[in-house]
Design a protein around this ligand. Structure first.
Ligand SMILES: [Ca+2]
Length: 128
């Protein structure tokens, strides 16, 4: 069994997966999920979206490509990112994390806040 599957089995054993749609044109989608510091969580994403018109990018966006004035300057343009309170972090296709902060999880495409109007597509994100 691949290591990723083992990790998913262990971390996900105590809760049901929650599926959340994250449209590219929504700034900070409220996942309805409250995380507790120290808990193990796994986020996995699939689908296609874009920061400008044709939705031809995956959850990693323009992998490795940073862009000025986007929400999280240290993560790739058009990638999936998360936020708990004021703390933002990259998510991408797969994130396995011990939650560093307690609070509500929000998800978004990493775009310039004033440039969500031309975004298209959506991702399906599983949180467990
Ligand atoms: Ca845009």
């Amino acid at each position: 069994m691949p290591l990723v599957e083992i990790a998913v089995t262990v971390a996900g054993a105590f809760r049901s997966p929650k599926r959340i749609a994250v449209p590219a044109n929504s700034l900070w989608v409220d996942t309805g999920t409250d995380l507790v510091r120290g808990d193990p969580w796994i986020l996995s994403a699939s689908g296609a979206w874009s920061n400008a018109e044709v939705p031809n990018l995956g959850p990693d966006g323009f992998s490795g490509y940073l862009y000025p004035n986007i929400l999280l300057g240290t993560a790739a343009l058009a990638s999936l990112i998360g936020r708990i309170g004021n703390m933002m972090f990259p998510v991408g296709t797969l994130l396995q994390v011990t939650v560093p902060y307690t609070g509500r999880l929000f998800l978004s495409i990493n775009d310039i806040p004033e440039s969500f109007g031309d975004n298209q597509g959506l991702l399906a994100v599983v949180v467990r």
